[in-house]
Design a protein around this ligand. Structure first.
Ligand code: MG
Length: 326
């Protein structure tokens, strides 16, 4: 069946769409009450984040827009030291969208939400004229446990920068699909609960965490250097990139350090905790390729020691990255 304008009418077809797809997959005590708003129990400080997802293709190697929208929002909450609890989702469906595909995407979204420990507590659907596209907006709420203070502004000279794994996979996967290039590159789309939980469980004093999404490592590192009023120097040789992604980006003249990821993060910790943090990250599924990649120093801006031994400015991404990657 295809989505028609009638599915957005608020009448019988809308109700059917609700019960057949959204209600079926998202079923839970809070959502099932079907009130005008969800009533949520939250303790202490909360973190809140919202994001819209417009990726094409809707399904890619390693994920789909449903999995991606949960991971993206959950990761943003995690990066503030929050424990993700609740998520809402707004769907904009284009007329002509296949309901079987929608069902598959919503199922994937529900599965990822369960895995990441978030409950879908509110949602909305609109249907617009179009060509079978799908857009999703998600908002997440998480609780910040007492004593956690994680912020881009917290870095101090001497701190150590770690990355959770190989860079560029998601970007290279989406680009390969769009260019119809056959390869084995799989998106890294993942919720990073395990990596973050492991850092806190090992008692690491986490100063800063950021997921390395659109704009890549270059953008995130510059933002942190600016917010903290420090200089950050990375060592190119120590930054992990999978051989397939390295080869792919070399051919296209792309730099994996500016490519987007959907399941990678950096953590900045005091020097005394660096070794313990590396082990804590490596002990997890999504942090098994973690590496120490640089240091925070006195000064300003971001720099990178190249493979030839020279040090150069590590700038933010200029111009256009690949559109509709997330
Ligand atoms: Mg983020």
């Amino acid at each position: 069946m295809k989505i028609t304008m009638a599915h957005g009418s608020g009448g019988k077809s809308s109700a059917q769409l609700m019960s057949d797809i959204f209600g079926k997959h998202f079923k839970n005590d809070i959502l099932d009450r079907m009130e005008d708003a969800a009533v949520l129990e939250v303790n202490g400080r909360i973190a809140c984040s919202t994001d819209s997802f417009v990726v094409t293709p809707l399904v890619f190697k390693g994920g789909d827009i449903g999995k991606l929208c949960v991971c993206g929002t959950v990761n943003d909450l995690l990066m503030m030291g929050a424990v993700p609890k609740y998520i809402t989702c707004g769907f904009i469906l284009e007329e002509g969208l296949d309901t079987e595909l929608l069902d598959r995407i919503v199922e994937s979204m529900a599965r990822q939400a369960r895995e990441a420990g978030v409950t879908v507590v509110a949602g909305d659907t609109k249907v617009v004229e179009g060509n079978g596209g799908l857009y999703i907006n998600t908002t997440g709420i998480g609780e910040i446990p007492a004593g956690r203070d994680v912020s881009s502004a917290n870095c101090r000279p001497g701190d150590v920068v770690l990355v959770s794994g190989n860079l560029g996979d998601h970007h290279a996967c989406i680009l390969s699909d769009r260019m119809e290039i056959e390869n084995d590159i799989v998106s890294d789309c993942a919720a990073l609960n395990d990596v973050v939980d492991s850092l806190f469980a090992h008692g690491i004093e986490v100063r800063t965490m950021r997921d390395v999404t659109r704009g890549g490592l270059g953008t995130v590192i510059n933002e942190i250097a600016d917010s903290s009023g420090c200089m950050i120097e990375l060592d190119d040789e120590s930054i992990p990139v999978h051989d397939d992604v390295r080869g792919f980006s070399d051919i296209l003249g792309l730099d994996p350090l500016y490519m987007g990821n959907e399941g990678k993060m950096i953590a900045i910790v005091p020097e005394k905790d660096a070794e313990k943090a590396l082990a804590a990250m490596r002990a997890t599924e999504h942090g098994r390729d973690a590496a120490v990649i640089g240091r925070v120093k006195e000064g300003s801006g971001a720099y990178i020691k190249t493979r030839l031994g020279a040090t150069r400015r590590f700038d933010v991404l200029y111009g256009e990255g690949l559109p509709r990657i997330c």
